[in-house]
Design a protein around this ligand. Structure first.
Ligand code: ADP
Ligand code: MG
Length: 889
C-alpha cells in the first residue's frame, strides 16, 4: 500500500509538494505516518523506529509513524527543536469514500505560531516576526531626505498568536539587533534572497523564507484593511510612509493564514512604534548591565528584571520585560508612568488591595486567544471567567487612587466584561474537568434538557444500586457486588465460594481469579438507560460548552484590552511595591543635560549583601563636567559604580523609582556600556578586535544626549597601545561627541587628560592603606588615583611574599627612573602628541621595553603622503621598507 506508485502515495506526494518545508504528519487510520526524509528526520529527532515498506518489487519507502493519541507530545518535541509540522487529516469518512480517502492539511504548527502551553513561557511573549528591509524599495510619496535614508530602515511586524498581540515597528536598520533582543522571536519571516544580515540576538529563531512579493506594500494595505474592517489604514494609525511595516504585516498575515487554513488567529489592532520612541539597547549594553540575562549562566537570577519582577500575572511579567528592554525617551511619557508608580507607592493600603485583586487574575490574554482559536478546555474557560470575576475588585482598588494621570485613564476605559464573566462563572461548575466527559462541566440549573438527562442517568444508577441489594437478598450471597467496567459495562460479581448459589437467569460474562462476573436482563436494561443518557449528557454538555466558548471567543478584542489594562496596572503596582520595599526614590526627569545622583546604589549588587553594607555614592554630570575618569585599584568598586549609573538612568526611563536618595535625570537617547576585552571573559571568543569594533560603534552612533559607560577599554592589548587608545577615545568623546561619559580605568595615567580637556573630571574609588594592607572603602571621591595598588591587590590575592617583595623592588626602580627622567607613560604620550619624541638615554624603563620611542620605520611611514606618489613609487618604497624591517628585526 505504500509502494511509490499507489494512488495513496500519489496523494501523499501531491500534498507534500505543497508543504515542502514542514514535516508532514499524514493521517492513516489511528496513526500519523511520515515518509521519505520526513521519516528519517522524525526517527532521528523522536527516536522512532524507521521501517521501510516494499510492495511488489517497487522501490522502498522509508516510513515512521506515531499514534494519533500520542501525537501532541511528538509535535511539541519537533516544534521545540525548530521544525514545522503539517498535520494532514482524512477529511471524509473512509467507509463512504470512493477510492483513496480525501486528505487535507488542516494546520501547520511552527515555533512561531504555537498555542500549546508546553511550547509557551508565561513570562515571555512568543513572537513571530516578519522583517521587510528598505533596500531597493522606493515609495513615491517619500520626500528626498526620506528616500535617501529609505535603505537604512526596516519594517517589522511581530505577532504573538498566543496573546493576539500585533506590533508594527519601523526602526533604523542598525537597531535591528536591540529590536530582535527585545522581541526574542521564535520565528522570523524574510523575503527570499533578502540580503539582510540578521544580528546574533535573533538567537535560535527559525528562519522562514517567503516570496519577495508577499512583502509588497499595496497588497498588504488591502489585506490589512480587510482584516481589520477599515476603509483606510489611517484608522489604524498608519500613514503613507509606513510602507515597510505594512509590507511586513502583509507577509505575516499571509503566512499565518497558510498555517491555519480554517481561519487566521484573532489579532488585536496593531500597536505602532516608530523610530525614536524607545531607547534601542545594543547587545553589549544589555549584557553588561545584566538587564534580563545574567552574564554568568544567562539566567534571570542576578538581573535587573529579577529585582523588579514582583508581578502577579504572566501578562504583567511579559509587559515588565518589554519595558525593561525598551526604556522611553519622551519625558512626558516617562513622567506619566512615574506619577502612577508614585501614587501607588504612597498608598500602601490601595496598592495592597490592588495587588491582591490582581493576584486572582490569570493569563487573560492567552486564555482569550485560546477561546477564539477554539482550543479552550472547560477548565481554561472557567479560569477566564474567574479572572473576569476578579476585575471589579481591581477596579475598586483603582477607584480609590485614580484621581488623575495614567491611572485615571485606565479607570475611565475600564471594562469588566460583566455579562461574559457571570455567564462563564454561572454556566460552568466551580472546578470543571480538563475535557468534557465523565465529570460534569456545565452547572446544574443551566439547561433543562441536560438536567432531565442527568435525572434519568442518576435514576438508572440508583436502580442499579438497588439491584445489588435485591440480588443479595434473592440469592443470599452477602458478598455479591454490582460493578462497572468499560468493556463489559455493568456486571454482578460473585466470588468462587458462592458460585453454587448463582440463579439460573444469570448469564456468565467473565471469569476472574476470585470469581465470576454475570449480567441479568434487568441489569442490562438499566445499563442501556444509564449509558445512553450519559452519551446524550456528554453531547449536550459539549454543545453548551461550545456555544459558551464561542461567546467568549467573540469578545476577544475586549478581552485583549482588559488583559493589557491588567498588565499595565500589575507592572505599575509592582514597580511601586519594589520602590517601597527597596527604598527607591522617584527620579526627577528633566529635558536638560544633567545627570545627578545622590547616594546612588547598584540595585542588584546591594541585594547580595546585608542591608546597609552597600556604600552609596554621589555622582553628577553636567554639560561643563560631562566626563569622568574613574580610577582606583582592582576590586575597588569601579565597575559597580559605573553600572549603577547606567542602571539608574535606565530605571528612571522605564518609569521606575531608582536606588538613590535623590536623582535628577536628563533624558538620554541611548546608553552604551562597553567592557574591555580582558574584563569581558564571558563572551568566550572575546578578543581585542571585538572590543575595538564595539568601541568604534559607540564613536559612530553616540550623540551628545547619550550616556557612554566604558569599563577598562584598551585593556585587551599591550599597556602602551592600551593607554594610547583609551586616551584618543576619551579625547574624541569629549571634543566631538560631547556625551555624558564615565570611563573606569586602572590606567591612572589617563587622569592627566583633565589638564587638557575642560569638561573632564577625575574621580577615584577610595582605598585606605594600613601598613602593607589596603582597605576597600568603595567610596567615590574627587581626584585621580595616584597609583594602581596592583601589588597590594596581588598580596591580597595570595601571591607569595618573595614575589611581592621583588615586585616592590622593580616598582621602586621604575618609579626612580620615572622621577629622574620625568618620563612616565602618560607624559611620554603627551610627547608623542606634540611631536617631540623623547631623546632620552637608555634607562631601566627602556630596558624593560615599556616606554620605547617610536620605531624609525614608523616615522618613515608617517612622513609618506600616498596621495602624491605613483603606484610604482609606492611599490619601490614598500620593497625598501620591507628590506629594512627584515634587517632591523
Ligand atoms: P573594580 O571594577 O574596581 O575592580 P568592582 O566594581 O568589580 O571593582 O567591585 C568589586 C567588589 O566590591 C564587588 O563585587 C562588590 O562586592 C564590592 N563593592 C563594589 N562596590 C561596592 C559598594 N559601593 N559597596 C559595597 N561593596 C561594593
Ligand atoms: Mg572592574
Amino acid at each position: 500500500m505504500t509502494s511509490p506508485q499507489t494512488p495513496l502515495m500519489q496523494q501523499y506526494r501531491e500534498i507534500k509538494g505543497r508543504h515542502q518545508n514542514a514535516i508532514l504528519f499524514f493521517r492513516m487510520g489511528e496513526f500519523y505516518e511520515m515518509f521519505y526524509d520526513d521519516a528519517e528526520t522524525a526517527s532521528r529527532v523522536l527516536g522512532l523506529t524507521l521501517t521501510a515498506r516494499n510492495n511488489g518489487g517497487a522501490a522502498e519507502v522509508p516510513l515512521a509513524g506515531v499514534p494519533v493519541k500520542a501525537a501532541a507530545d511528538y509535535i511539541r518535541r519537533l516544534v521545540q527543536q525548530g521544525f514545522r509540522v503539517a498535520i494532514c487529516e482524512q477529511v471524509e469518512d473512509p467507509k463512504v469514500a470512493k477510492g483513496v480517502v480525501r486528505r487535507e492539511v488542516i494546520e501547520t504548527v511552527t515555533p512561531g505560531a504555537a498555542f500549546s502551553d508546553d511550547l509557551l513561557d508565561g513570562g515571555r511573549n512568543n513572537f513571530i516576526v516578519a522583517i521587510c528591509a528598505g533596500a531597493g524599495r522606493e515609495t513615491a510619496k517619500r520626500d528626498a531626505a526620506d528616500r535617501a535614508a529609505a535603505s537604512d530602515y526596516v519594517g517589522i511586524a511581530a505577532a504573538d498568536v498566543s496573546t493576539g498581540e500585533l506590533r508594527l515597528i519601523t526602526a533604523i536598520a542598525s537597531e535591528l539587533d536591540p529590536l530582535m533582543a527585545r522581541l526574542s522571536p521564535r520565528e522570523i519571516l524574510l523575503p527570499a534572497s533578502a540580503q539582510l544580515p540578521l544580528p546574533a540576538s535573533r538567537s535560535d529563531a527559525l528562519i522562514t523564507e517567503r516570496e519577495a512579493w508577499e512583502f509588497d506594500e499595496p497588497l498588504a494595505r488591502e489585506d490589512l484593511a480587510r482584516q481589520y474592517g477599515v476603509l483606510s489604514l489611517e484608522g489604524l494609525g498608519l500613514t503613507a510612509n509606513d510602507g515597510l511595516m505594512v509590507g511586513a504585516a502583509g507577509a505575516l498575515l499571509r503566512y499565518l493564514r497558510e498555517l491555519q487554513p480554517s481561519g487566521l488567529p484573532q489579532l488585536a489592532r496593531p500597536l505602532v512604534e516608530r523610530p525614536g520612541g524607545v531607547m534601542p539597547l545594543d547587545e553589549m549594553t544589555r549584557r553588561n548591565l545584566e538587564l534580563v540575562e545574567s552574564l554568568r549562566g544567562g539566567g534571570v537570577d542576578g538581573t535587573l528584571l529579577a529585582v523588579l519582577d514582583r508581578t502577579g500575572t504572566p501578562m504583567g511579567a511579559r509587559l515588565l520585560r518589554q519595558w525593561v528592554l525598551a526604556p522611553l525617551t519622551d519625558r512626558a511619557q516617562i513622567d506619566a508612568r512615574l506619577h502612577a508608580v508614585g501614587v501607588l507607592a504612597a498608598d500602601v493600603a490601595s496598592r495592597e488591595a490592588m495587588r491582591d485583586a490582581i493576584d486572582d487574575v490569570r493569563d487573560v490574554e492567552r486564555l482569550a486567544a485560546k477561546a477564539a482559536a477554539g482550543r479552550s478546555t472547560p477548565r481554561e474557560l472557567r479560569a477566564l471567567g474567574d479572572s473576569l470575576c476578579a476585575l471589579p475588585a481591581v477596579a475598586n482598588a483603582l477607584h480609590r487612587i485614580a484621581h488623575g494621570g495614567r491611572l485615571a485613564e485606565i479607570l475611565s476605559a475600564w471594562d469588566d466584561a460583566a455579562e461574559l464573566a457571570s455567564s462563564l462563572c454561572a454556566t460552568l461548575v466551580d472546578r470543571p474537568p480538563i475535557a468534557i466527559g465523565d465529570e460534569p462541566a456545565i452547572a446544574l440549573g443551566i439547561d433543562a434538557d441536560l438536567d432531565s438527562l442527568r435525572g434519568l442517568r442518576d435514576g438508572g444508577r440508583d436502580a442499579i444500586a438497588r439491584i445489588q441489594a435485591d440480588e443479595r437478598e434473592r440469592t443470599g450471597i452477602t458478598s455479591l457486588k454490582v460493578g462497572f467496567n468499560k468493556v463489559f459495562g455493568y456486571y454482578i460479581e460473585v466470588t468462587n465460594p458462592n458460585l453454587h448459589l448463582v440463579p439460573l437467569d444469570y448469564q456468565r460474562r467473565q471469569t476472574i481469579t476470585s470469581g465470576e462476573r454475570f449480567v441479568t436482563t434487568a441489569l442490562k436494561e438499566y445499563e442501556e438507560k444509564v449509558l445512553t443518557a450519559a452519551e446524550r449528557i456528554e453531547a449536550r454538555e459539549r454543545e453548551l460548552f461550545e456555544s459558551l466558548r464561542i461567546a467568549a471567543g467573540k469578545e476577544i478584542a475586549r478581552l485583549q484590552r482588559i488583559g493589557r489594562a491588567i498588565a499595565e496596572l500589575d507592572v505599575l503596582a509592582t514597580l511601586a511595591e519594589v520602590a517601597a520595599r527597596e527604598g527607591y526614590v522617584r527620579p526627577t526627569i528633566v529635558d536638560d543635560f544633567a545627570l545627578e545622583i545622590v547616594a546612588g546604589r547598584h540595585p542588584v549588587v546591594e541585594r547580595m549583601m546585608p542591608r546597609d553594607k552597600f556604600i552609596p555614592n554621589d555622582l553628577t554630570l553636567s554639560s561643563d563636567a560631562r566626563m569622568i575618569i574613574l580610577t582606583g585599584p582592582n576590586m575597588a568598586g569601579k565597575s559597580t559604580v559605573l553600572r549603577q549609573i547606567g542602571l539608574i538612568a535606565l530605571m528612571a526611563q522605564i518609569g521606575s523609582f531608582v536606588p538613590a536618595s535623590a536623582a535628577r535625570v536628563g533624558v538620554v537617547d541611548r546608553i552604551f556600556t562597553r567592557v574591555g576585552a580582558s574584563d569581558n571573559l564571558v563572551r568566550g571568543q572575546s578578543t581585542f578586535m571585538v572590543e575595538m569594533s564595539e568601541t568604534s560603534a559607540i564613536l559612530h552612533t553616540a550623540t551628545s544626549r547619550s550616556l557612554v559607560l566604558l569599563d577598562e577599554i584598551g585593556r585587551g592589548t599591550a599597556t602602551y597601545d592600551g593607554v594610547s587608545i583609551a586616551w584618543a577615545v576619551t579625547e574624541h568623546l569629549h571634543e566631538h561627541v560631547g556625551c555624558k561619559t564615565v570611563f573606569a580605568t586602572h590606567y591612572h595615567e589617563l587622569t592627566q587628560l583633565s589638564e587638557e580637556l575642560g569638561a573632564l573630571r577625575n574621580y577615584n574609588v577610595a582605598v585606605r592603606e594600613a601598613g602593607d594592607q589596603i582597605l576597600f572603602l568603595h567610596r567615590l571621591q574627587p581626584g585621580g588615583a595616584d597609583r594602581s595598588y596592583g601589588i597590594e591587590v596581588g598580596r591580597l590575592a595570595g601571591l607569595p611574599g618573595a614575589v611581592i617583595e621583588r615586585a616592590r623592588e622593580i616598582l621602586r626602580v621604575l618609579e626612580g627612573e620615572h622621577l629622574a627622567g620625568a618620563h612616565d607613560a602618560a607624559t611620554g604620550l603627551a610627547g608623542v602628541r606634540s611631536a617631540r619624541a623623547a631623546e632620552r638615554g637608555a634607562s631601566a624603563a627602556d630596558q624593560l621595553g615599556l616606554f620605547a620611542a617610536p620605531h624609525p620605520l614608523v616615522e618613515r611611514l608617517a612622513s609618506l603622503d600616498v596621495n602624491v606618489i605613483t603606484p610604482i613609487d609606492a611599490l619601490t618604497i614598500l620593497a625598501r621598507l620591507v628590506d629594512e624591517a627584515k634587517r632591523s628585526g
